[in-house]
Design a protein around this ligand. Structure first.
Ligand code: SF4
Length: 265
């Protein structure tokens, strides 16, 4: 019960802060077969019962040929709970796997995105919810900073290119230690993806890096998540957010304070 309360508090905070779900929404949860998305689905179903607004929740899974075990136990588990679930064989993704077995994440996620929009459309959904956790946000933040030269993570809320769907990530404040325990308490079958077993990847290195640091600093990721919502652009190097003209300061009314040598610690 305590676990459920903590989860709902964190998901509720994200949903409210980023205005993720609104009255009349139909939310389609992307179930990947892992512990995170099943936790997300259950959290949204519980919130649906308590929220002061009306919205509906359904779930779907895209088959891209990467599951290591049959998906049927997950289907059975959902059926027993009367949860509406669509299992979608994405033929283009399966062909891609045949024709280019070593394709990278860019291609795979592009195919998945197209399939997700197609299913959401068929389900009459206007919102798609993804199970990215606080861990994913932190890893994306470090990966982008270290390997792509960008200071960014993942959008907690965004829209598909034609604004057809609102795309939300309500687990932004939930870490994987919590999703593991919660999914375990649900006894939900976990269907692993082949990619999760890969070694020697950047993702794996970042996970190991965090794991090592967290032995001494257990709240590291919470701090990183807080940092993403507490930006001090005047202490970064992007000139779009810096006032490089000291003479203009009075006119701007000090909105962009100039950092002096003594104030840079
Ligand atoms: S990790 Fe695997 S499933 Fe995920 S985007 Fe990359 S190739 Fe696709």
């Amino acid at each position: 019960m305590e676990l459920e309360k903590t989860l709902l508090r964190k998901v509720g905070e994200a949903v409210t802060r980023f205005k993720m779900i609104r009255h009349g929404d139909r939310v389609a949860v992307a179930l990947s077969g892992g512990k995170d998305s099943v936790t997300l689905l259950q959290a949204l179903l519980l919130l649906q019962k308590r929220a002061p607004i009306d919205f509906t929740v359904c779930a779907f899974t895209v088959e891209q040929g990467k599951f290591l075990r049959p998906i049927e136990p997950l289907g059975q588990w959902l059926k027993e709970r009367e949860i509406s679930w669509t299992y979608f064989h994405d033929r283009p993704s399966l062909r891609l796997l045949d024709e280019q077995p070593d394709h990278g994440c860019d291609l795979c996620s592009r195919f998945r995105r197209r399939a997700v929009y197609q299913i959401a459309r068929e389900l009459g959904a206007n919102v798609v919810a993804f199970g990215h956790t606080a861990d994913d946000f932190c890893e994306a933040f470090l990966r982008n900073a270290l390997f792509t030269g960008r200071l960014s993570a993942l959008p907690p809320i965004t829209y598909s290119s034609k604004k057809e769907f609102r795309l939300i990530r309500p687990l932004v404040f939930v870490n994987e230690e919590l999703t593991s325990r919660f999914a375990g308490s649900l006894a939900a079958p976990v269907i692993p993806c082949g990619c999760s077993q890969r070694t020697g990847t950047v993702r794996r290195s970042l996970r190991d890096f965090f794991g090592e640091l967290e032995k001494e600093h257990p709240h590291l990721k919470e701090n990183m998540i807080s940092a993403m919502g507490n930006i001090q652009p005047q202490r970064l190097l992007d000139t779009r957010y810096l006032n490089t003209e000291a003479a203009g300061m009075e006119e701007i009314g000090g909105a962009f304070p100039i950092i002096t040598e003594s104030s840079t610690d």
